[in-house]
Design a protein around this ligand. Structure first.
Ligand code: HEC
Ligand code: CU
Length: 336
């Protein structure tokens, strides 16, 4: 019973971050429990020790304080808080920096479902399928209001914002099925905004990518809940990769009129080999070309003007859906 209380009360540790988060959580929890016990024990002890009847002249002693002790306690607590802060910062930094070779999936939150868009063009609703033991990076945005993607068994959670991208990454280290929640109240059906992440062994995952078929009836479910017999509801879309879809859009939306993809200068800068690089702006500042920068370049071209160019790019706000934006970005990313 005691071991159940002490060890079984927490969720499964199904990702690289789970033990990391739990370690800090445990430290704060046990520090709080021990402090609580010391304070309560001290209070009870002193209640009896300094009971009024025991003081000869029947008066409460006049205590002016103990500067050294007070400063000591304050300093000790400051050190503890700084340790917690530093520890949290180190862990947070790791969570904010996905490895460069991570497997990328675009996530679109909308009232009230999750969509997962893969580089090969697959689109899943409320179901995220990932390989085991491989870094997966989620590039997330919302089509309407604030959402938050939360996978408790992975100990990861991140707000999903309209008009920009946020990131989450993880290495799932257990095959199985784990729930995904929306952790930001987003309207009437917020509580029904549920999904699941399916973690497959790497060969199963590769087979799924090639054929769209999950391992039926196979007992991979040592962990997590549910069975894998249910095939996901895949919208394979136009059966072309995200980057290829982006190439089509780049032409059909008229971007090619001003942008070359070969490096040749035109009315606008060439967009090949820009991803991940720094670009200089007219105000002399430099900025990194990432998903958010490209998105802003398309929707609010006037916000940041590339040095040496005129602010003549028209806005495409409202003309490009989130799926299309992900495709355009995937295309620009692919132009090495
Ligand atoms: C009328 C010409 C024109 C069209 C059409 C146009 N752009 Fe631009 N674009 C520009 C110019 C000029 C700049 C540089 C000035 C600036 O930053 O706004 C630019 C800047 C950019 C940048 C930043 C490039 C960098 O090197 O930092 C991106 C990304 C971009 N455009 C993408 C697109 C996409 C995607 C489309 C199609 C949906 C598009 N543009 C359509 C003229 C155009
Ligand atoms: Cu939501």
């Amino acid at each position: 019973m005691l071991s159940l209380l002490l060890f079984q009360w927490r969720l499964e540790q199904a990702s690289n971050f789970a033990p990391v988060v739990d370690r800090l959580f445990d430290f704060i929890l046990w520090f709080s429990i021990i402090s609580f016990l010391i304070i309560v024990f001290g209070m009870v002890l002193f209640t009896f020790k300094y009971w009024r009847k025991k003081i000869p002249e029947n008066r409460t002693a006049y205590i002016t304080g103990h500067t050294k002790l007070e400063l000591g306690v304050a300093f000790f607590l400051l050190v503890v808080v700084m340790v917690i802060f530093y520890w949290g910062w180190v862990d947070y930094k790791a969570m904010k920096n996905p490895p460069h070779d991570a497997f990328e999936v675009n996530v679109i939150g909308r009232q009230w479902l999750w969509q997962f868009q893969y580089a090969d063009g697959k689109m899943l609703t409320n179901e995220l399928i990932v390989p085991k033991d491989k870094a997966v990076s989620l590039i997330m945005t919302s089509e309407d209001v604030l959402h938050s993607l939360y996978i408790p068994d992975f100990r990861i959670k991140q707000d999903v914002l309209p008009k920009s991208y946020t990131n989450l990454w993880f290495v799932a280290n257990r095959a199985g099925e784990f729930p995904i929640f929306c952790a930001e109240y987003c309207g009437t059906a917020h509580s029904a905004m549920l999904g699941k992440v399916k973690v497959l062994e790497q060969d199963d995952f590769e087979r799924w990518q090639m054929t769209g078929k999950l391992p039926v009836g196979k007992r991979t479910m040592d962990h997590g809940q549910g069975t894998m017999d249910q095939q996901p509801d895949v919208t394979v879309g136009e059966k072309i990769s995200l980057a290829d879809k982006g190439r089509g859009l780049f032409a059909s939306k008229g971007c090619t009129a001003c942008h070359s993809v070969t490096g040749a200068a035109g009315v606008g800068p060439a967009v090949n080999k820009i991803f991940g690089k720094e670009v200089e702006l007219t105000d002399g500042k430099k900025t990194k070309v990432d998903e958010n920068y490209i998105r802003q370049s398309v929707n609010e071209p006037q916000a940041r003007i590339v040095k040496g160019y005129q602010p003549i790019m028209p806005t495409f706000k409202g003309q490009i859906s989130e799926e299309e934006m992900n495709a355009l970005i995937a295309y620009i990313k692919s132009l090495k």
